[in-house]
Write a protein that binds this ligand. Structure first.
Ligand SMILES: NC(=O)c1ccc[n+]([C@@H]2O[C@H](COP(=O)([O-])OP(=O)(O)OC[C@H]3O[C@@H](n4cnc5c(N)ncnc54)[C@H](OP(=O)(O)O)[C@@H]3O)[C@@H](O)[C@H]2O)c1
Length: 364
């Protein structure tokens, strides 16, 4: 079945339901396993945006790969492509132990993001306890390396951009708080059990199949993307291909054990400049409309208060408003110096190819 035929339709808010991330296409490949990396690799979150990209790249590079999925019916294409599938859940230690049999490296992407209607406890069980549960199982299975995917969101609102790995933590919501706690508990558990762990904090990711920044690409391309406030907050994002390569380097570098790396891009620019670049590549004139922040912030607070008890997605919420006002610029010098990480996809090239992919898939 063609990839796009499995997409559900756009709803009125312009969001898409989950696409078929398990489609086996685009096996662009990684350099291939080095001599001491011949073991099996487990990818959690393999049905998500980044986990599925990691999986495709590993399969394309000739690695022996196993995918952890919650629901086998979401992984049919993977199985057809010959990927070994382990059914499991970050809440269930026994399923993790089964999935880790004969595994040498784990890339742990599974996580829950901001989702309406989920109690905070659910975030805790998956994002805080999940990584430690996995590390305990990895210890029994004598796994050689666990790469835990955290987020730059643990730094929250950055006072002095660009932020590096030592910048203060300032998580702003339950997602960021539980990602921070999850990362800290993962480090403590790995140290206690002697499990070789590397933490990666990705910058906001973009590229083909991404749903989160799709809203911005689509809004700009359709000239329906007003900017709240002045638009001078710094923004940077990492192309999914660069992210995946950085994660692999973090997983394979012997000296990365016990280290934390921000994987992003140092091409940061104001939101105004980014929107102009997307408009230029989309072949449209930027809308150029700026709206004041505070009415949207107040409306966001009100919408959240009304919608959340009813378990419906608020049309606007405060985090979305914060997108326009908070700096997201990150320093990647540590990954560069210690891993040899170098982003290869320029922002312009990445924006161009992402727009082309969205158009071909009928997403914009
Ligand atoms: N996207 C970004 O811009 C960004 C930026 C920084 C960091 N990150 C981090 O990168 C990682 C991947 O992000 P993403 O955007 O690819 O996420 P995503 O598309 O939302 O995918 C999340 C994945 O986690 C799985 N999952 C959720 N709960 C689970 C559970 N209880 N047990 C097992 N699997 C579970 C989902 O499986 P189902 O298919 O069954 O739901 C899905 O495969 C996350 O750790 C995220 O915090 C993302």
């Amino acid at each position: 079945m063609p990839y796009t035929s499995r997409l559900d339709t756009l709803n009125m808010a312009g969001t898409l339901t989950r696409p078929a991330y398990d489609a086996p296409g685009d096996l662009y490949g990684l350099p291939g396993p080095a001599g001491d990396q011949q073991g099996r690799v487990l990818v959690t979150g393999a049905t998500g945006f980044a986990g599925s990209a990691m999986l495709r790249a590993l399969v394309g590079g000739g690695y022996k790969v196993r995918a952890l999925v919650r629901d086998r019916s979401h992984a049919r294409a993977l199985e057809l492509a010959g990927v070994e599938v382990a059914v499991g859940n970050m809440k269930d230690s026994a399923s993790l132990t089964r999935a880790l049999r004969d595994v040498s490296t784990v890339y742990h992407f599974a996580s829950i993001f901001r989702q309406v209607g989920l109690p905070d406890e659910e975030f805790r069980v998956v994002n805080v306890e999940g990584p430690s549960r996995l590390i305990i199982a990895a210890s029994s299975a004598a796994v050689g390396r666990v790469v835990h995917i955290s987020t730059v969101g643990v730094h929250g609102d950055i006072e002095h951009p660009p932020a590096n790995e030592s910048s203060p933590f300032s998580p702003g919501d339950v997602y960021q708080r539980t990602k921070l706690e999850g990362e800290q508990q993962a480090v403590a558990t790995a140290e206690r059990l002697g499990v070789p762990l590397t933490v990666v904090r990705p910058a906001p990711m973009y590229g083909p199949r991404d749903l989160r920044l799709l809203k911005m690409f689509k809004g700009v391309a359709h000239r329906r993307f007003p900017i709240l406030g002045r638009g001078d907050a710094l923004f940077s994002m990492v192309h999914i291909d660069d992210l995946i390569e950085g994660v692999r380097m973090a997983g394979e570098s012997p000296s990365a054990v016990g280290r934390t790396y921000i994987i992003g891009s140092d091409e940061f620019m104001s939101l105004n400049a980014l929107v102009n670049l997307i408009a230029e590549e989309a072949g449209v004139k930027p809308l150029g409309l700026h709206l004041p922040v505070w009415p949207f912030y107040a409306a966001g607070a009100l919408c959240e208060a009304v919608c959340e008890p009813l378990n419906i997605e608020p049309p606007i919420y405060r985090r979305r408003v914060a997108f326009f006002t908070k700096s997201r610029a990150f320093d990647i010098s540590r990954a560069r110096a210690e891993l040899g990480y170098e982003p290869k996809v320029s922002l312009r090239e990445g924006v161009r190819s992402t727009l082309a992919w969205y158009r071909a898939a009928g997403w914009i």
